[in-house]
Design a protein around this ligand. Sequence first.
Ligand SMILES: C[S@@+](CC[C@H](N)C(=O)[O-])C[C@H]1O[C@@H](n2cnc3c(N)ncnc32)[C@H](O)[C@@H]1O
Length: 228
Amino acid sequence: MVSLGLLERDGDRYRNSDTAAAFLAGRPGPDLRPILRFWNRISYPGLLALEDAVRAGAGPAKFGEFSAEEQQIFSAGVATFSAATAASLAANYDFSRHRRLLGIGGGTGSFLLAVLRRHPALRGTLFELSGACEVARRRLAGEPEGVRIDVVKGDLVSDPLPPGHDVLLLANTVHVLSAAHNLDLLRKLRVQAAPGTHLLLVDLWMDSGHTQPPATPLISGEFLIISG
Ligand SMILES: C[S@@+](CC[C@H](N)C(=O)[O-])C[C@H]1O[C@@H](n2cnc3c(N)ncnc32)[C@H](O)[C@@H]1O
């Protein structure tokens, strides 16, 4: 920890470095501890199966299989990871032209909350698997915007999507699906979208060579493990 600059050593005593104090000590501002818990409990154990998953071309699908504790850790890690992008989307895309936003694979509502906070007339729907819905309901109950968000349980592969939305958001959801499932999902969205509906795609996109930016191809091994 000292060599990584997270702790400072003074004789036999150790204290947080400024970095650890700012981001890993639970202070107000970006608290990155949920990402460490995610890596510790979800990523690192999963990566032990990376070789088998790469050889098989498929990993053990984890979605829908998490224990309640793992789901909480997964969802909190994703929410921390998504916070900056959610704030950026809310600030940079003009949602004032829309009435109702659908978050498909919407996690615990990071994007919906960030957007609805800036647009008091907008309503939202969060569509998710049952485990994530439980965590989302608990989170949204503590937020004023939560009353404008309906939580709908379902599987985006096999279930119909909630109708009546004029802006559809796939945020960090494309990367958990196979190419075939993504095509099916986009076709499903196209069929049910009313004219004028907007589709927003937010993700860790790669260049066409699938090598840049480096963090994105590197993390794709983890997506193989977690999403199957
Ligand atoms: C990486 S998370 C992104 C969550 C959220 N959109 C965000 O960016 O904060 C992907 C989400 O997709 C959901 N998901 C995966 N497979 C799904 C499925 N078949 N149907 C509905 N949701 C699914 C997971 O439960 C997970 O919360």
